[in-house]
Design a protein around this ligand. Structure first.
Ligand SMILES: C[S@@+](CC[C@H](N)C(=O)[O-])C[C@H]1O[C@@H](n2cnc3c(N)ncnc32)[C@H](O)[C@@H]1O
Length: 258
């Protein structure tokens, strides 16, 4: 096996993500990162086995091979729709952001709720991702100003983040609404019938059909009846329990009774 194939194998077994051999630029980048971190000359099959058998090495490898690209209020429409749902329903919603990456999505959900005086409509936000270091990022490392400027106004920055050194950290009242938890969407780690609204954006595209189905099944099980599922821009699913709907051009799904 070539090193490139070993990299594809390790990414698939850790995360489920399918890297296509044509994606050689990304594969080379990930390969260099892994070899540098683990101080190895070659990503041999023995090294792959070593990493896969050590939970600490696995956590590091996951953070080195995942793509954490995200932004505050990414694609904006889902957050306007969230507002519409909360304003028009008598709910204390449980909301899931999976994958939450470095926090921009769950913070955008929390800010949408706070800015519109809808705290009484929220029970909690669960923010999950397979990459623990991504989940810890906003609290441990903070954001640079330019990270915040990807989606936030100056007013939103000064209201919701505090400057410490040259990094910005979320304020306590924002943090207290969000529970961060590491989770592989392909595992059976989600509780049944837990969530009213789930953001599942920009992850399914990286899976093959079998893993996509598994991920969607897990998320659908964790939704309450009439629960709402919001996918990434251009993403679609086909699931027996989920009805496709549209709001102002945004495709979303509602969980129907069995
Ligand atoms: C491109 S980001 C999307 C973040 C956010 N939802 C958004 O749309 O901006 C993809 C995230 O999926 C996470 N991820 C990859 N495989 C995963 C898995 N099997 N289970 C849960 N999260 C996973 C990565 O760690 C990464 O943070």
């Amino acid at each position: 096996m070539t090193e490139e194939n070993n990299l594809i194998t390790i990414v698939k077994s850790l995360t489920g993500i399918e890297l296509s051999p044509e994606n050689d630029h990304l594969i080379t980048k990930r390969l260099i990162a892994l070899k540098q971190y683990f101080k190895i000359d070659k990503l041999s099959e023995t090294e792959v086995k070593k990493i896969l058998s050590d939970p600490t090495a696995q956590r590091v490898a996951i953070s080195l091979v995942t793509n954490n690209e995200t932004a505050f209020y990414r694609d904006i429409l889902p957050f306007k729709f969230l507002l519409e749902i909360l304003e028009n329903n008598h709910m204390k919603a449980n909301i899931l952001s999976l994958p939450a990456s470095t926090g921009q999505e769950p913070y955008s959900i929390a800010m949408t709720i706070c800015e519109n005086d809808l705290k009484h409509k929220l029970n909690r936000i669960d923010a999950m991702d397979i990459d623990e270091s991504a989940l810890e990022h906003s609290i441990k490392n903070g954001y640079f100003k330019f990270d915040l400027q990807r989606g936030l106004s100056e007013e939103q920055i000064s209201k919701n983040f505090v400057l410490n050194g040259n990094k910005y950290f979320p304020i306590e009242s924002l943090l207290e609404k969000i529970n961060f938890k590491a989770l592989n969407i392909l595992s059976a780690g989600l509780n049944r019938s837990e969530y009213d609204i789930t953001f599942l954006r920009n992850l399914l595209i990286y899976f093959d059909n079998t893993d996509k189905q598994k991920a969607v099944d897990n998320v659908v099980l964790s939704l309450k009846e009439d629960g709402v599922l919001i996918l990434g821009n251009g993403e679609r699913i086909n699931h027996i329990s989920m009805k496709e709907m549209f709001w102002n051009g945004l495709r979303y799904y509602i969980k129907e009774s069995p």
